[in-house]
Design a protein around this ligand. Structure first.
Ligand SMILES: NC(=O)c1ccc[n+]([C@@H]2O[C@H](COP(=O)([O-])OP(=O)(O)OC[C@H]3O[C@@H](n4cnc5c(N)ncnc54)[C@H](O)[C@@H]3O)[C@@H](O)[C@H]2O)c1
Length: 434
């Protein structure tokens, strides 16, 4: 039997051993789904502390049921480990390692390269390798493939290689990964077909595209689409502010059009590891080819301006309510980059805090997901939202709209609230909206 047919059979009979490399927001839910569907899954991560937390069922990622994880470990369906040798025991290897930006805002694909080096060491005939980490077009062909080729094995003949972008939306109960269509783009037709067979076991709609570059670029289009549309709404918010028009009502009105319009919302800025970073991967690659992406650069510029705008608006509000010369006190409500997600990466709240402090304003924060904040120049504890604590602040700035907050209580007990997320939906005497 050919290696391709053999792997197909193993996938079909759920006998294929899967190794998920990188057990973060993307890798862990994926590993859990395959293990729950009867596959034996290794979870390989370089972080011993992550493995220990997994074994203790300590929740480190929102939306993943850690009791389910523990039960899969006990049933010997899921084996989290730091031991790279499991790569050699696997039929399928799925790479979900980080692809951040370097300080100088260029792609950092060192995690992908290191993970691929490890795979090369254990690469054997008949393995299917899938890269899920978001990256610029040609990463699979020009970075991953050359490393694997050094093993002496040949793609399509000896092993199979694919790119399949992850679209997980952490914290989204409506769309778990099993309900999100998956795109696969193989170096060869055989690779695409095998990846399609595999993902079809956990996801209903799997779409095969011509090559890895289409799949890589599709992911970047999805995130650039969000970046640009959020920037457009942020620009509308800036214009509406000068015009004295309520931008939220404008969006609600535009939304009534049944075609040709999709609502996006302004806010305090963008965060996380996708929207601010992924489009930069594309603009960096385009620049290498002598093309300057204007939309991406402009959208990033506008979105990065928003924390400054929030600070300017807060200062304006403070002037209107304060007569005393004493240092103003501000409470930031929510510091993670996203509602109900315990993730501080690129969070605009951090920029807002730093900028307010730079202006001599005393800043505290409250976030049930982040009891202690120690990052860059910030080192402080979350403030509890008691009546007396709230009264201490000249302004409460609502940055992240967690569902854990009692917004009515906060409004009733605060002197002034600046709402950057339109949580309050209407005007109150002590609430100003972005
Ligand atoms: N977080 C999201 O919402 C999201 C959505 C879609 C796509 N993505 C993309 O998926 C990829 C992974 O993102 P994430 O949010 O899951 O990252 P993460 O930081 O949450 O997790 C990555 C994990 O990989 C581990 N790791 C790093 N190098 C390793 C190596 N060589 N071998 C084994 N493990 C290694 C880290 O210890 C960490 O546990 C990125 O490319 C990201 O852009 C993320």
């Amino acid at each position: 039997m050919s290696i391709e047919r053999l792997l197909k059979k193993k996938i079909e009979e759920r006998k294929a051993k899967i190794c998920v490399v990188g057990l973060g927001y993307v890798g862990l839910p994926l590993a859990v789904e395959f293990a729950s569907k009867g596959y034996f899954v290794y979870g390989l991560d370089t972080s011993p502390s992550r493995i220990k937390r997994l074994e203790r069922a300590e929740q480190y990622i929102v939306g993943v049921d850690f009791k389910r994880v523990l039960s899969l470990i006990k049933k010997k369906k899921f084996l989290p480990t730091t031991g790279q040798n499991v790569l050699g025991n696997s039929d399928v290897i799925i790479v979900c390692v980080p692809t951040p930006l370097r300080k100088v805002k260029i792609p950092n694909i060192s995690y992908v390269s290191k993970a691929t080096q490890a795979i090369k060491k254990y690469l054997k005939k008949g393995q299917l390798i899938i890269l899920e980490s978001t990256s610029y077009p040609t990463t699979t062909r020009e970075i991953v493939l050359p490393i694997l080729k050094k093993s002496g094995l040949v793609e399509e003949k000896d092993f199979f290689l694919c790119f399949s972008p992850e679209r997980v939306n952490p914290g989204d109960k409506k769309f778990p990964i099993t309900k999100i269509s998956k795109v696969v783009g193989g170096l060869s037709f055989k690779s695409s077909e095998l990846a399609k067979d595999l993902y079809s076991k956990i996801i209903k709609n799997v779409v095969s595209v011509s090559n890895p570059e289409v799949a890589e670029t599709a992911k970047l289009l999805e995130n650039t689409f969000r970046l640009v549309n959020i920037a457009l709404e942020n620009e509308f918010a800036l214009v509406c502010d000068r015009l004295g028009i309520n931008v939220w009502e404008v969006i609600e009105a535009a939304k009534t059009k049944p075609f040709g319009f999709m609502p996006f919302y302004p806010g305090p800025g963008i965060g996380g590891h996708c929207i601010p970073c992924d489009p930069v991967y594309l603009s960096w690659k385009a620049k290498k080819l002598g093309f300057k992406t204007k939309m991406i650069d402009l959208a990033s510029y506008i979105n990065h301006f928003m924390p400054k705008f929030v600070v300017a608006k807060v200062e304006e509000q403070l002037k209107s309510v304060r007569s005393s010369e004493k240092k103003a006190k501000v409470l930031i409500l929510g510091v993670t980059y996203k509602k109900d997600v315990k993730d501080l990466r690129e969070s605009p709240a951090l920029d807002i805090i730093e900028e307010l402090k730079r202006k001599g304003i005393k800043v505290d924060y409250s976030d049930p997901l982040i009891p202690y904040l120690k990052i860059d120049q910030i080192d402080q504890k979350s403030t509890s939202l008691t009546r007396s604590n709230l009264r201490k602040y000249d302004c409460v700035v609502l940055v992240t709209d967690h569902s854990y907050f009692d917004y009515e209580f906060i409004r009733k007990n605060s002197k002034l609230v600046f709402d950057t997320r339109n949580v309050y939906k209407k005007d109150f005497d002590n609430v100003r909206r972005l």
